[in-house]
Design a protein around this ligand. Structure first.
Ligand code: SF4
Ligand code: SF4
Length: 379
């Protein structure tokens, strides 16, 4: 069974006392974990209702305090059932993903991930060795079948491109994407009518160089993010955790981005209302572009992101070449990241987009990016 841990290499991890950002997600339990919770009298903390709207036959999700706060079992930012915490919590900040192979991803929203020191890859490998190989194999059978049926439909429509070709093209354009003017040009190229599937990389690069970026890239970024953040249910809103471990929930309403302090029990305390036009696309400096470049490389290596492009292609009835879909999604993800970094900068009163702010932007963005729909599954 192929298991790719390359994303975890050259990263280290240490869980930071007082952070508890991952305890704002709603963990789901396996049947074995549910049995353990039952045996230990912990079922009062469980629910059949998942915050994303579906209901299970058994109470397999942990309740969130107040419906949108931290996990039921969190007290003073400490887990009260540490020995019994479910696999989701044990694995964090690593996610195990299945598509055509098993791949381990690092959740870059976790502030405990750094470079050097103890190996995140080693941590990931130890997690995988604890997973039942039979269970992994049966999940892989399902996701591989989903990939095969996607490929057959895409080939029938004449829009299929292999993962190798998509990633090779993206590899070639990322240095262009992550420099001044690059995001707009790549988006203009991806949106254009020209057939892209059979283009050589040199031609793609030359067409991107000639492409006219949209006149108002800021407007496209602000509108797209405003729509994504129109989230009525507070449990669905993103939370940004800063270096002092303050939890801030944000969403869009009345032409503004509303930022609220989030308490463990789900209470929301208004902090800021930022008019949309006060969230700029700040000009990245060299260090910020390099951080964005590294992040684009990570997206291009993730099977989850590849599966997202499959999902999008299928959702648009195979009307667009997979190459255009893939490069367009990569450009859009980088535009969204750029805008979210501006939002974090505005929250922190920072006007310079340097490497440090770019990394904050990635922390604010990656959790949402890993939440995008995909053809594969995290387990
Ligand atoms: S997000 Fe990372 S650092 Fe924070 S509590 Fe979770 S694992 Fe620890
Ligand atoms: S079970 Fe523990 S570690 Fe897991 S989300 Fe709840 S409080 Fe956090």
């Amino acid at each position: 069974m192929e298991i790719d841990v390359s994303e975890l290499k050259a990263k280290s991890f240490e869980c930071l006392d007082g952070c508890a950002m991952c305890c704002l997600c709603q963990p789901e339990l396996s049947m074995d974990e549910l049995a353990g919770f039952r045996k230990n009298g912990l079922t009062a903390g469980l629910t059949k209702n998942h915050i994303q709207g579906y209901r299970t036959d058994e109470p397999t999700a942990i309740k969130l305090q107040g419906g949108n706060g931290a996990c039921h079992f969190l007290r003073d930012r400490r887990c009260t059932i540490h020995e019994l915490r479910p696999a989701f919590c044990r694995q964090f900040p690593v996610h195990v993903h299945a598509l055509h192979r098993i791949q381990l991803n690092a959740n870059l929203s976790c502030r405990g991930i750094t470079r050097g020191g103890d190996s995140l890859a080693q941590f990931g490998n130890s997690l995988v060795s604890d997973i039942d190989p039979g269970m992994m194999a049966s999940i892989l059978v399902e996701t591989r079948d989903a990939v095969k049926s996607f490929e057959a439909e895409a080939a029938k429509a004449g829009v299929h491109r292999t993962p190798e070709r998509l990633r090779e093209a993206a590899d070639g354009i990322i240095p262009v994407l992550c420099r001044p003017g690059g995001i707009g040009r790549v988006l203009a190229f991806a949106d254009s009518d020209m057939p892209k599937g059979s283009m050589e990389l040199s031609e793609i690069l030359s067409q991107i160089e000639k492409a006219e970026p949209p006149e108002d890239l800021w407007e496209a970024a602000a509108k797209g993010n405003y729509e994504q953040l129109e989230l009525e249910n507070p449990a669905w809103r993103p939370v940004y955790v800063d270096a002092e471990f303050r939890w801030r929930s944000y969403h869009s309403t009345d032409g503004k981005i509303k930022v609220e302090g989030l308490g463990q029990d789900g209470t929301l305390t208004p902090e800021l209302e930022i008019p949309l036009d006060e969230i700029p696309l700040l000009e990245p400096d060299e260090g910020a572009w390099l951080a964005f470049n590294d992040y684009a490389d990570v997206l291009n290596s993730r099977d989850h992101f590849l599966g997202y492009s499959y999902w999008m292609c299928e959702n648009h009835d195979y009307a667009h070449d997979l190459m255009a879909v893939y490069l367009g999604l990569l450009g859009t993800a980088m535009l969204d990241l750029w805008w979210r970094t501006g939002l974090v900068g505005r929250i922190q009163g920072r006007k310079r987009l340097d490497r440090d702010l770019a990394l904050e932007g990635i922390r604010a963005f990656d959790m949402d990016c890993l939440d995008m729909p995909t053809k594969g599954v995290f387990f």
